[in-house]
Design a protein around this ligand. Structure first.
Ligand code: FES
Length: 115
């Protein structure tokens, strides 16, 4: 789980980039928070610098559009999806749960249940 910023610092229509490896972009789409891998799957553009419209972000370089809910591109030239990550807000602080960490947490929970 990675702390991102205070919710107050990420108003609707804004995004923030986290310098993870690979980098992750967090968006506030009309009050709903989404996190996806920041790097466009077409080339090397930063999606956090793209244009947000509803639940879609348009790549600033060649205008491929990605659905923030699924990570899937909705038009060319991008063909591959970006990863999506779970976002939570705890005590006013936005956190991203990186996809691989989520899987590890689920595995740990399942182990706990089985024991
Ligand atoms: S780099 Fe994103 S559409 Fe080309």
């Amino acid at each position: 789980m990675i702390p991102v910023c205070r919710l107050d610092d990420l108003p609707a229509g804004e995004s923030v980039r986290i310098d993870t490896t690979p980098p992750i972009a967090v968006f506030n789409a009309d009050g709903e928070l989404y996190a996806i891998d920041d790097t466009c799957t077409h080339q090397d553009a930063s999606l956090s610098e793209g244009w947000l419209e509803g639940c879609l972000v348009e790549c600033p370089l060649h205008a491929a559009s990605f659905d923030l809910r699924t990570g899937r591109p909705t038009c060319l030239p991008a063909r591959r999806a970006v990863r999506t990550h779970r976002v939570t807000v705890d005590d006013g602080m936005v956190h991203v749960h990186v996809a691989s960490e989520v899987l590890a947490e689920v595995a740990a929970e399942e182990e706990g249940t089985a024991a």
